[in-house]
Design a protein around this ligand. Structure first.
Ligand code: SF4
Length: 422
């Protein structure tokens, strides 16, 4: 699996695309989760029905020529492995209509409680190359706070089971959890390293409005997360994972050589992506979007919810981001339909977006992209604060800047976005 050696300017041309599938089912709702997910309805055949709906969605984009060169597929959610064997059917349905590049990365997200060795082996036999396992912690107390429905022992077993399939393995870990100590975090990192996983993602806990965790914090049932401790934990992750050969290549991502996530790297380098499933997001060229708007399946005229027809695409729109509604029943009834939210970006705005996302990567961005994004002045200001540095014709975020990532990314985006659509 080749690594993206650079950002946007070295990525392939407009043809290659990534495909994301959102599976909105989970065993239980975690306390911190605000993703579109709910328990799989106890309806006979529902998993196969969902697989059929995804195949319909893929066939729609394939008919428009948008899936002629698929470089990565990522089945996320939710917990895709709640679908069991129907997940194999889902992937077969995509392959039947899309042109998936030889050697494409095909990732399936799994959780310890739904990891089944026999299904995992079947998935690998049908082309899955990588599993992303939601471990979060190897500390049972932390897992309880997060409302996860597995314990640390089950997580370790699931990692072993997935690794034994021969597929690449990535683990998701979470730090900054109320009650989590530095010693507990160190133990989690060490146990994650011991699994032999080639990729680890580390996220500081974000408390989202409306979640069980937010309510428990508001009621005082648990203490507030400590941002300084979370920053210390991120630094410890970088040190321990780095020593173990997992180099930090993105704000939250660590990989051994050859193990960078191809799919996720596309999000940081401006590669178009199509999302299928309720709440799935897509980002394509204005031309691809216009072709979809013209098709009957999206209705006539234009796109519901935004009141525009194709002839009314804003002048200068170069890129379009859009999201399907977070309505699983509607998706199962009508897998192909207009998106709910649509955002048009001009070429300078698209460049600003690529610059902002490219700065998440250790390689940073080129002078040329910074210029296209109109972000040179903002970057110089950030450099004066020690948050970015400039060397060898590239702008990179410093370790101090990564700790204040949102500030850095917002400054770059705001600089470019000022030159957006009138
Ligand atoms: S497993 Fe993931 S998607 Fe499902 S409820 Fe938990 S955090 Fe949300």
């Amino acid at each position: 699996m080749s690594e993206p050696a650079d950002t946007r300017d070295l990525m392939p041309g407009p043809g290659p695309v990534s495909l994301y599938v959102h599976v909105p089912f989970c065993v239980l709702k975690c306390a911190y989760c605000d993703f579109h997910s709910a328990p799989l309805p106890a309806e006979p055949g529902i998993a196969d029905h969902f697989a059929w709906a995804v195949a319909e969605g893929a066939a729609h984009w394939a008919a428009l020529g948008a899936l002629d060169d698929v470089v990565s597929i990522y089945v996320g959610g939710g917990t895709p492995t709640t679908l069991g064997e129907s997940l194999v059917t889902l992937l077969d349905g995509i392959r039947d209509c899309a042109r998936v590049r030889a050697g494409a990365e095909v990732t399936v997200e799994s959780n310890p409680d739904t990891t089944d060795p026999a299904t995992a082996a079947r998935l690998v036999a049908s082309g899955v190359t990588r599993f992303s396992l939601g471990v979060q912690s190897f500390d049972d107390e932390v897992l309880r706070t997060l409302g996860r429905c597995h314990d640390a022992a089950r997580a370790a077993r699931a990692a072993t089971e997935l690794a034994s399939t021969g597929a690449h393995l990535s683990l998701d870990l979470m730090c900054g959890v109320p009650g989590q100590t530095l010693a507990s975090w160190r133990d989690t990192l060490e146990r994650a390293i011991a699994t032999g996983a080639g990729h680890v993602s580390v996220y500081p806990l974000a408390v989202e409005h409306g979640t069980v965790l937010a309510d428990r914090l508001a009621s005082g049932a648990i203490g507030e997360p400590d941002p300084d401790l979370a920053a210390e934990m991120m630094a410890l992750a970088e040190a321990l994972l780095g020593e173990a050969g997992l180099a930090r290549y993105e704000v939250a991502s660590y990989a051994r050589a050859g193990e960078r996530a191809v799919h996720n790297s596309g999000y940081w380098t401006g590669r178009p992506y199509l999302g299928i499933g309720p709440s799935a997001a897509s980002m394509v060229s204005a031309e691809t979007f216009a072709a979809a708007v013209r098709c009957e399946a999206w209705g006539d005229p234009g796109v519901a919810g935004i009141g525009r027809t194709v002839t009314e695409l804003p002048d200068g729109a170069a890129r379009v981001r859009f999201t399907r509604s977070a309505d699983t029943v509607a998706f199962l009834r009508k897998p192909v339909g207009p998106p709910e939210d649509v955002e048009f970006l001009t070429a300078p705005e698209a460049a600003a977006e690529d610059a902002m996302l490219g700065l998440r990567l250790a390689e940073g961005i080129t002078d040329r992209l910074a210029e296209e994004a109109g972000a040179c002045e903002a970057l110089a200001g950030l450099a004066a604060q020690g948050l970015v540095e400039h060397a060898g014709g590239r702008w990179r975020v410093t370790p101090a800047g990564w700790l204040l990532g949102n500030e850095v990314f917002a400054a770059v985006w705001n600089a470019g976005a000022r030159r957006g659509l009138a």
